[in-house]
Structure formats: structure tokens, C-alpha cells
Design a protein around this ligand. Structure first.
Ligand code: ATP
Ligand code: MG
Length: 460
């Protein structure tokens, strides 16, 4: 079916020229002489694209655009504007125009912009559909993540949560390891039993040993009575061993015994005590390297790493940043009794350019701070921590419009990337199959994959 395009301009000649060019290229064209007529036509018919002049009697192009955006987030609008009205063009971009084109323009240029807008629209609509499908499937309260990588994590934990399998969660500091461990426990049949958290890096060896396994009276100076350890407290439930890489080799041997024999001994005790616990461990260290360095037991590693869950750093899933930022904005608005409604585009842009060494915890802290300092209804860039603003200064362009365009391009690319990854994994990396699934031309798909740096082999 040919795409349907609405051309809006008060100049009859312009309408005619565009109509001819578009029809020659196989599109269906409808015309409107002002914004008012255009908006009536849009209400009655389903267009795939609108091309509109900015300055028109009755209703300006900008007004028309704003009206469209209220009812349709994805209908692409190309704005035509004369030299000298560039600021309005920028305003139009901010209001959600797909692109603008300066008058007078070359028909070839218009043709290219139209073609691209229609292709992107198709991708957006489809990726939105896929996204909604994914969202419905893997929802965990309070864990935010739309990126393909996080959706994969959600899928995995929804599969392992109901089992008793041991899980090893790895990832940099602040990537959400503890949050995921809790989600696994609270989506398991043990949810009503205790979840006991032990930070293995927080205690020196002897204290950690008695914390984990308990001790009997007189086991060491200060042991005035028998004490139950965390493993006993967790009986029937789950134990979360955070920073498991920090355990001494001696304790590692004892932990291995719990995993193998499902029993342990209290410090100073003689009999073994059976336990039924599910073990979830976490580490921000590379345990493989620790094995090479002989600071971590290989046999324990394999016992723990039954189900590996890797949490990617935030800089590798930047499309989650706006979502997370708004998530924390809501939380701190509530906590601090503020009413900041939105985050300015510059702020989001700065956040997208930054590399977040402290991951989600750092983002959370930045938002908390900004909410404390912020005034009014919009979270402005100057309330961000200095390191963030400085760190990404080189990414900023003085030309406001240029940087906005770049941000938009990035968003579109991440949409496309997400969409194509999804299709490719459905097609198990077979490009011809993926092209059929996505109803894309195989050559175009190859081209797109090259542009976006996607390797089909990764999906086989
Ligand atoms: N996907 C997410 N959605 C919402 N909040 C998140 C998400 N991931 C992490 N957080 C929040 O970020 C903070 C840090 O997460 P968490 O403590 O689980 O990280 P961690 O990997 O255990 O870090 P560390 O290695 O430093 O202990 C927490 O406040 C957590 O609630
Ligand atoms: Mg932690």
C-alpha cells in the first residue's frame, strides 16, 4: 500500500510542485491550504506523513504540529520554513517535528527526507508494539529497564526465581545486584520465608565465620552462649551472600560444604546441622581472574555459578537513563515533598553523554541532589553534580539545534537497534529470515546493520 502524505501550504504553487514530485514517486497525496483544513483532514484520515509550511493563515504549522502531537506521538511531521525563521524551526523540532527543510529547497532533498521519515515511522511503530509486548511480560515492581539487555535479565530471573537453583549475580558497583537478588527471592515459592543478607566484605574473617555459621558457648573468648548463624536463620528461605569474592579461602571451603552437603557446623561445635537454603551470591569482582590468582576456589565458583546473571553497566544501556531518571524523580518528589514535573532536554542530554562509573546508584544520587536543589517544575542541568556537567562538556555543542538533532538521532538509532536486535534474535541471526519478519528489504537490512554496528553472528 502506498504511503499517504498530507501536504499543507498556503501557496498553491508549492502544493502543486510537491504533489507532482510525491505522486511521481508512488505516494498518495492529499492537500490542504491552511492549518485549519489540515487539522480537519488529519482527524478524518490516516496519514503516514505530514509536510507542512510554518507560516500560514488561520493556524500556523507549529500549532498544527502541537495538535498532532497531542493525539499521535509517532506521525512524522516535516516542517518547511524560510530562511530567517530558523528559531521557529528549532521550536518545531522541540515540539516533535521529525525534521525541517529550508525554503527554497531542492526536490531531491525533499524526496530523501520523506523517504527517511517514512522508514523511521515504520520502525518506530513496530518497535513500540514489540516494546509493549515485552513490557507486559516481564514486570518487576520498582525495577526499571526497557533496554534489550535488561529485558533479557528480567526474562532470565522470571525463569529462575521459581526454582531453587543457586544464582551468581555479577556486575559493577551500583548496577542493581542486591535489587535483583531481592526480586528473585520475592518471586520464589520461598517469598514468605526469610531473606537473609550477608555482606561478606563487611566483617573480618573470624567474625564473618561466626555470623554465617553461628558458634557454641566457649568457642572463643566472648562467646558466652550458643548463637545461631545466618544460615540457620535463613532455613527454608534464601541467603544472599553479597561480595562473595571477599571471602577468605578458609571460609570458601566451608561454604562449599554447605552447597555440597547441605549442612554445616557451628564454630566450636561438633555436630553438623542440616539446612535448606537457597543461595544467591553477588560479586563486583571478576571471579575468573580471582581463580587465576588463586584467591577464589574454582570448585566453589562452579557451584555458585549455576545460573549466572550479569548486570551490564549503565553506560551500556543508555536508553534506560531517561526512564530511570524519571523513576527516581518520582521517588524523591514524594520523599522530599517537591513537585518537579519534568527533566529538561539539556539535562537528559548531559546524562546521556556521561559514562556513570557509579552506575544506577550514582544516577539515583544525582537525581536526589537535583530534587533537593531544584526549584520550579523543571529539573535543570545546573542542579546536576559538577563532575557530570564537566565530564561531558566536550559532548556539548554551542549550537543548540545541532546538539538537539544529535540527541534525537541517538534516540532513533537506539530504537532501531533495539528493534533489529529483537528481530535478529527471533530469526536466530539469519538475515534473510529477519528481513522477512521485519518486512524489510534484505539489502536495506544489511545496510542498517552496518550503520548500527550490528553483527548477525551475535544472534545465532
Ligand atoms: N533497574 C533498576 N531500577 C530501579 N532502581 C535501581 C535499578 N538498579 C538499581 N537500582 C537502585 O540503585 C541503587 C543501587 O543498587 P544496588 O544496591 O542493588 O546495587 P549493587 O549492584 O548491589 O551495588 P554494590 O555493588 O555497590 O553493592 C539502589 O538504590 C537500587 O534500588
Ligand atoms: Mg550491593
Amino acid at each position: 500500500m502506498p504511503a499517504k502524505i498530507l501536504v499543507v501550504d498556503d501557496e498553491a504553487k508549492m502544493r502543486r510542485v510537491l504533489q507532482m514530485m510525491l505522486e511521481e514517486n508512488g505516494y498518495k497525496v492529499d492537500l490542504a491550504g491552511d492549518g485549519e483544513k489540515a487539522s480537519n483532514k488529519i482527524k478524518q484520515s490516516d496519514f503516514d506523513l505530514v509536510i507542512t509550511d510554518m507560516k500560514m493563515p488561520k493556524k500556523s504549522g507549529l500549532k498544527l504540529l502541537r495538535e498532532i502531537r497531542k493525539v499521535d506521538e509517532e506521525l512524522p511531521v516535516i516542517v518547511m520554513t524560510a530562511y530567517g525563521t530558523v528559531p521557529t524551526a528549532i521550536e518545531a523540532m522541540r515540539a516533535g517535528a521529525y525534521d525541517y527543510i529550508l525554503k527554497p529547497f531542492d526536490l531531491e532533498e525533499m524526496k530523501a527526507v520523506v523517504k527517511k521519515a517514512l522508514a523511521v515511522e515504520k520502525l518506530l511503530r513496530r518497535s513500540r508494539y514489540l516494546q509493549e509486548e515485552l513490557e507486559a511480560k516481564y514486570q518487576f515492581e520498582d525495577i526499571v529497564g526497557k533496554s534489550i539487555k535488561m529485558q533479557e535479565v528480567f526474562k532470565l530471573i522470571s525463569q529462575v526465581a521459581p526454582t531453587k537453583s543457586t544464582v551468581l549475580i555479577s556486575g559493577e558497583s551500583g548496577t542493581g545486584k542486591e535489587l535483583i537478588a531481592r526480586a528473585i527471592h520475592f518471586h520464589s515459592p520461598r517469598e514468605k520465608e526469610p531473606l537473609i543478607v550477608v555482606n561478606c566484605a563487611a566483617l573480618p574473617e573470624t567474625l564473618l565465620e561466626s555470623a554465617l555459621f553461628g558458634h557454641v558457648k566457649g568457642a572463643f573468648t566472648g562467646a558466652h552462649r550458643d548463637r545461631r548463624g545466618k544460615f540457620e536463620l535463613a532455613d527454608g528461605g534464601t541467603i544472599f551472600l553479597d561480595e562473595v569474592g571477599a571471602m577468605s579461602l578458609n571460609l570458601q571451603a566451608k561454604l562449599l560444604r554447605v552447597l555440597q552437603e547441605k549442612e554445616f557446623e557451628r564454630v566450636g561445635g561438633t555436630g553438623s546441622i542440616p539446612v535448606d537454603v537457597r543461595i544467591i551470591a553477588a560479586t563486583n569482582k571478576d571471579l575468573k581472574k580471582a581463580i587465576e590468582e588463586k584467591t577464589f576456589r574454582e570448585d566453589l565458583y562452579y557451584r555458585l555459578n549455576v545460573i549466572p546473571v550479569y548486570l551490564p553497566p549503565l553506560r551500556e544501556r543508555k536508553d534506560d537513563i531517561p526512564l530511570l531518571a524519571y523513576h527516581f524523580l518520582r521517588r524523591y518528589n514524594q520523599e522530599l515533598k517537591k513537585n518537579i514535573k519534568e527533566i529538561s532536554p539539556e539535562t537528559l542530554e548531559l546524562m546521556a553523554a556521561y559514562n556513570w562509573p557509579g552506575n544506577i546508584r550514582e544516577l539515583e544520587n544525582a537525581i536526589e541532589r537535583a530534587v533537593v536543589l531544584g526549584k520550579g517544575e523543571c529539573l535543570a542541568a545546573n542542579t546536576l553534580p559538577l563532575s557530570l556537567a564537566n565530564g561531558s562538556a566536550s559532548f556539548r555543542k554551542t549550537d543548540d539545534n545541532l546538539s538537539y538533532q544529535e540527541a534525537k538521532k541517538e534516540v532513533l538509532q537506539s530504537f532501531e537497534k533495539r528493534f533489529l536486535s529483537k528481530v535478529l534474535s527471533k530469526a536466530r541471526g539469519n538475515v534473510s529470515r529477519a528481513a522477512r519478519l521485519a518486512r524489510l528489504d534484505r539489502k536495506n537490512l544489511y545496510q542498517k546493520m552496518k550503520e548500527l554496528n550490528i553483527n548477525p553472528k551475535d544472534y545465532q
